[in-house]
Design a protein around this ligand. Structure first.
Ligand code: HDD
Length: 700
């Protein structure tokens, strides 16, 4: 079966087909009456007052007036995609969840990626956590895994969630800043909430600036339970690993993209799927036996902690492929309603107090957002398996229940629908005892060990990015007391870190460490250790009339073969003519694009082209900026001469044979175009060359 057939064949795709409507031919009212004129309202005389008889005008306007629903209170900005999940092998030993039994079964999924803080129209590339929510349409009902791209959370108890969100959202008096944590209220709250410090380290790291939804991890965060058909329970943590590796951008770049293309991540997802470069993620689990619940030096119910992969390895159990874009944003991506309480037999909750609060909050928010308890009947939310119960009426009931009884027990309806004794969901009969208290467990008290573990696990450039991010975020905080408290909290994580942060934000460096750094680390945390591939990347080819055609085409072909997309960027849209007379289409101009929208750049030779680009400040800026953001740059022949006129420094440019100095791949001649392409593709796979950051910065 081809991928396209598979997409069309998906059970959810077939299910959605009954709801799809085309544009149609004749314009009608919602009652189906054909409309004769939709441009002029009905009036008395062409200059006279409008008439109330104009039912079409009234319907058109009142529908328009009601076209918005409340945006999500968090995660308002999101992008969706359809796909499927397929298990690698049966997980029957651990769980009876049907979608994890048979490796030949493909379970349809709908995924929504999101930022957390910004409003629905905010930029994609802000420094923020990303939501990673999956709805599995299983044969046993819908299962929602509503996670993030960071494996821990800010707070330990859901009762603090409204405070956290109030603090991070724009301030209440002036609604500033948009989609940013860099303001007094947020850091005030954090400086008084030490439990957030582990999460804060992740949020200040490159993880909060993903290059693409295709290149970020997902985590279930909480500890859940797998329950098998014997009723045996084990604790489980969920991990999604992107097949393209985990990659990020630099902060300066993401801020510029916020203006150049606020839809950057959404566009990337959409275009990748349209081109058939389907995003893929592997689902992994960490499984912990019930009897091992207390064997860690942290509490597995505490959502501010991860379980280091060195302690419990992640076992890959299946793969998710996203292979179809939604037909309609509102009907699907906006109306999709995720709820962590949507579980299927074989998956159960733990007593994590953050999870427990979420089990209530999401249902409540969907009622508010979508306006009716019948939101489960919206096409995107409807389970693939039939559902029957006596919850029938309410706004916007879409179905016509035909049974004449709507209660249970009944005899008049043949006793149906009746609870299933064999297939029904049975909550894991966990034994619990205790007194009613408003307390935090003492096992939740350590807020710094894992924050330090995270910091220790990073490479030097990653650590440096944290310092810079803290300088930015806290640099925007007016209140000195807040900044002092934050330095104090960083001092609990790592003394050297606290000193560096203090230096950039006008606070005296702490003179003493609070506690010795334990020195432990976990390799899986650093993005330096991720999969590295050129696949899925985008390269700008800078060119003008007179460019060397062979040097363009040979490299473009090699890039495409490696799964890299290449676009020609020039001064004007239209065609350019190469030195050997080939017409080449310009994909983007220096006005419609920018280096920040590409992963790497290539400057082919051609004396006329190189000279024309030299005279264009935008082209030189393009090179400087890509260099500043540590991106691979390739140039050949006269292209190398162009690099020499830019501000890039500290790397050797080829005067004879081909060379790659810190991600700048240059060749004086085209004697070995294949070798040159190979070297460039290897550099693209490296993603960034951070050593450039240690040197003097290029102005851009
Ligand atoms: Fe939440 C949305 C993820 C804690 C209350 N959350 C929402 C979405 C994601 C997450 C991905 C967007 C779903 C979508 O695309 O529609 N939330 C998380 C994670 C958390 C978390 C990973 C911690 C581990 N959330 C959390 C708490 C509460 C909420 C503690 C409340 C007690 N979250 C909500 C919400 C939202 C939501 C208000 C807003 C829109 C929605 O639910 O559908 O109910």
């Amino acid at each position: 079966m081809t991928e396209q057939q598979r997409v069309n064949d998906s059970a959810k795709n077939q299910d959605l087909d009954q709801y799809r409507v085309s544009a149609g031919e004749d314009l009608t009212t919602n009652q189906g009456v054909r409309v004769s004129d939709t441009d002029n309202s009905l009036k008395i005389g062409s200059r006279g007052p409008s008439l109330r008889d104009d039912f079409h005008f009234q319907e058109k306007l009142t529908h328009f007036d009601r076209e918005r629903i409340p945006e999500r209170v968090v995660h308002a900005r999101g992008s969706g995609a359809h796909g499927y999940f397929q298990a690698y092998e049966s997980m029957a030993e651990y769980t009876k969840a049907k979608f994890l039994q048979d490796p030949s079964v493909q379970t349809p999924v709908f995924v929504r990626f999101s930022t957390v803080v910004g409003f629905r129209g905010s930029a994609d590339t802000v420094r923020d956590v990303r939501g990673f929510a999956i709805k599995f349409y299983t044969e046993d009902g819908n299962y929602d895994m509503v996670g993030n791209n960071i494996p821990v959370f800010f707070i330990q108890d859901a009762i603090k969630f409204p405070d956290l969100v109030h603090a991070i959202k724009p301030e209440p008096h002036n609604e500033m800043p948009q989609a940013a944590a860099a303001h007094d209220n947020f850091w005030d709250f954090i400086s008084l909430t030490p439990e957030a410090m582990h999460m804060i380290m992740w949020v200040l790291s490159d993880r909060a600036l993903p290059r693409s939804f295709r290149m970020m991890q997902g985590f279930g965060i909480h500890t859940f339970r797998f329950v098998n058909d014997q009723g045996k329970s084990r604790f489980v943590k969920f991990h999604w690993k992107p097949m393209l590796g985990v990659h990020s951008m630099v902060f300066d770049e993401t801020q510029k993209i916020g203006g150049k293309d606020p839809d950057f991540n959404r566009r990337d997802l959409w275009e990748s799927i349209e081109k058939g470069n389907f995003p893929e993620y592997e689902l992994g689990v960490q499984i912990i036996a019930e009897e091992d619940e207390y064997k860690f030096d942290f509490d597995i119910l505490d959502p501010t902690k991860l379980i280091p992969e060195e302690l419990v390895p992640v076992r890959p159990i299946g793969k998710m492929v996203l292979n179809r874009n939604p037909d309609n944003f509102f009907a699907e991506t906006e109306q999709v309603a995720f709820q962590p309480s949507n579980v299927v037999p074989g998956i159960d909750f733990s007593d994590d107090p953050l999870l427990q609060g979420r089990l209530m909050s999401y249902h409540d928010t969907q009622l508010h957002r979508l306006g009716s308890p019948n939101f489960t009947e919206l096409p995107i939310n409807k389970s693939l398996c039939p559902f029957h119960n006596n919850q029938r009426d309410g706004r916007m009931q879409m179905r016509i229940p035909t049974s004449t009884v709507n209660y249970y027990p009944n005899s008049l309806g043949g006793g149906q629908p009746a609870p299933s004794e064999t297939e029904g969901y049975v909550h894991y009969p966990e034994r619990v005892e205790g007194q009613k208290v408003r307390e935090r467990s003492p096992s939740f008290k350590d807020h710094f060990t894992q924050a330090t573990l995270f910091f220790n696990s990073l490479s030097m450039p990653e650590k440096e990015h944290i310092v810079q991010a803290a300088h930015f975020e806290l640099g925007k905080v007016e209140d000195k007391g807040v900044r002092e408290r934050m330095v104090n909290l960083f001092n609990h994580v790592d003394h050297e870190l606290a000193k560096k942060v203090a230096m950039g934000i006008g606070i005296p460096a702490p003179t003493q460490s609070v506690s010795e750094n334990h020195g432990k680390s976990s390799a899986a945390i650093s993005q330096e250790n991720t999969t590295k591939t050129a696949k899925g990347r985008k390269v700008a080819i800078l060119a003008a009339d007179g460019v060397n055609g062979e040097q363009v085409m040979a490299i473009k072909t090699a890039l495409q073969e490696a799964g890299v997309q290449a676009e020609i960027v020039s001064k004007f849209k239209g065609m350019i003519k190469s030195a050997d007379g080939q017409e080449m289409m310009v994909d983007k101009t220096f006005l419609t694009s920018a280096s920040v929208l590409f992963d790497a750049i290539y400057v082919p030779g051609g004396a006329q082209s190189s000279e024309a680009l030299r005279m264009q400040g935008d082209a030189i800026h393009f090179i400087n900026e890509a260099f500043k953001h540590c991106k691979p740059i390739a140039a050949i022949a006269e292209g190398v001469e162009l690099l020499k006129t830019s501000d890039i420094k500290g790397v050797k440019l080829s005067d004879s044979s081909m060379q790659n100095d810190g991600g700048v791949v240059t060749a004086k001649t085209q004697s070995d175009l294949n070798g040159f392409a190979k070297s460039f593709i290897e550099a693209i796979a490296q993603h960034r060359f951070w050593m450039r950051e240690e040197k003097e910065k290029v102005p851009a």
